[in-house]
Design a protein around this ligand. Structure first.
Ligand code: 4AD
Ligand code: MG
Length: 453
């Protein structure tokens, strides 16, 4: 019977002892001597590989199998609790399903992440990337699972749009090949930077909704944390204020991360041991510590005090109204608080038009979740539900009111208090795997100046 390697590692597999099983996968290594040969076969189902033991005299062809070949191995399933490997398959047949050409670029020796980025169609066969993309898939599943369990509806917001949600002018224009920009839709279309505006009206009907899809930003910043195409999770909840928004962020993150860690034990062991020694501490930070809630104004006071006491910032021009840079955010999370923080109630000038205008006339009900090492993981807010105030802000910013009339109307036609946030999926994956470049957690990274295939 055909089994996945994951099934063979599971404790239930003990009942298969003595039976004939078949595994299909890639050769990770082939070693041995004149008397016995060992193939490590990995089918991607889990980190571990199946050890297939063969007789090099009876099956001389097997001795020539090289790393990367596809094989179908049949044999007796034998438990070997005394060995490092809990089981092995004593092969009766090894069939080559796909041979491997001489110029196969992956070899057993350690290769740099940079080199592997040139091989996005192959790097998932290495230990590190094999684990990353398995965990990426499990994390997506845990996200849908969480929302489903909590009564959220999954809404597919569009990728083509006529609105720039964040108003930052970082949109990619979407045009049919060789045509003028507005030829196809009748007006200018861009790729979405966020599904928020489109998901909000659904929250006013279903109360709890989320969108989870790709977002596109033409940021010409070549940082390890920014991609031109990335994935974002955006829940939106009716009758929820800023405090409720933070409660949701914290419970959501803690739940999904703890489930993924529990479901991918071999992968996380690998990340902790081989990828980044901080992973253990990071997971504790995320799962065990309460996230602290701090006002932006208090954050600025802390930074100013640190500067006065002699802390050297690369960007020392700190003032109320500053759009914090990553070193400032990191100072707050890593040095001052030593835990993840919610920084909230930002000056309205540095935040998007749709945020709830606070009574002080200066700040808005915005919240960023900041983490040690990676900085901003989530950005969210309570939304301005007052038609007049929202319209005034759109006008004040010189945005075209007509283009946002449909959105404004949701404030006239049965609107209510509501809040939401956007979680950067790839950044969360960086944090929990310990990989330090967003290019290493995306299957086919798209970045400024870089797009393979
Ligand atoms: O803070 P942002 O821009 O918020 C929004 O887009 C809101 N409309 C979300 C909402 O309230 N529904 O983006 C949200 C998150 C950021 O915190 C960050 O983690 C991630 O998306 N992000 C990026 N990730 C990778 N590459 C980029 N260029 C990113 N820009 C934002
Ligand atoms: Mg943000």
């Amino acid at each position: 019977m055909i089994k996945t390697v994951k099934e063979l590692f599971a404790s239930e597999a003990a009942s298969l002892a003595g039976q004939t099983v078949t595994v299909r996968g890639l050769v990770k290594s082939n070693r041995g001597n004149k008397a016995v040969g060992f193939l490590q076969v990995n089918d991607g189902s889990c980190f571990g590989s199946a050890q297939v033991v063969y007789d090099p005299v009876a099956d001389e062809a097997a001795t020539h199998l090289r790393m990367g070949a596809q094989v179908i191995c049949e044999g007796e399933f034998v438990l070997t609790p005394e060995n490092k490997q809990p089981f092995e398959i004593r092969a009766t047949s090894i069939v080559v399903a796909g041979d491997i050409a001489e110029d196969y670029p992956l070899q057993k020796k350690k290769t740099s992440y940079e080199y592997l980025r040139t091989l996005p169609h192959l790097r998932q066969r290495t230990n590190t990337f094999g684990a990353v993309f398995r965990v990426r898939s499990e994390l997506s599943y845990a996200i849908h699972e969480y929302f489903h369990e909590h009564g959220f509806f999954y809404i597919h917001t569009p990728i083509f749009t006529g609105n720039d949600c964040e108003g930052a002018g970082q949109t990619f224009v979407a045009t049919p090949d060789l045509k003028k920009p507005d030829d196809f839709f009748g007006h200018r279309a861009t790729l979405t930077v966020s599904g928020q505006l489109h998901v909000e009206p659904f929250a006013l009907t279903y109360q709890k909704v989320y969108t989870f899809g790709p977002a596109f930003r033409a940021e010409k910043s070549n940082t390890p944390r920014h991609a031109a195409e990335f994935w974002m999770i955006e829940p939106e909840v009716a009758y929820c204020d800023l405090n409720g928004d933070m409660d949701l962020m914290e419970d959501f993150l803690k739940t999904i991360v703890s489930r993924v860690v529990q479901r991918c034990p071999q992968d996380f062991e690998f990340f902790k041991t081989w990828v980044n020694k901080d992973v253990d501490a990071r997971l504790k930070e995320m799962l065990e510590k309460p996230f602290k809630r701090v006002d932006y104004t208090e954050g600025i006071d802390i930074l100013l005090k640190a500067k006065a006491e002699g802390h050297k910032f690369a960007n020392p021009d700190i003032y109320w109204g500053l759009d914090l840079m990553s070193e400032h955010e990191r100072f707050l999370t890593e040095k001052h608080f030593g835990c993840p923080i919610f920084l909230k109630n930002y000056p309205k000038e540095i935040k998007a038009f749709y945020m709830k205008q606070n009574d002080d006339g200066k700040t808005v009900g915005a919240v960023d979740l900041l983490f040690p090492d990676v900085g901003e993981l989530c950005g969210g807010s309570q939304r301005e539900e007052d038609y007049g105030k929202l319209k005034a802000r759109i006008e004040e910013l010189g945005m075209p009111v007509e283009a946002y009339q449909w959105y404004l109307d949701s404030r006239r036609w049965g609107g209510c208090v509501h809040s939401g946030f956007g979680l950067g999926f790839d950044r969360l994956l960086m944090y929990i795997t310990g990989l330090e470049n967003i290019r290493d957690v995306e299957p086919y990274p798209r970045n400024y100046g870089e797009m393979l295939f």
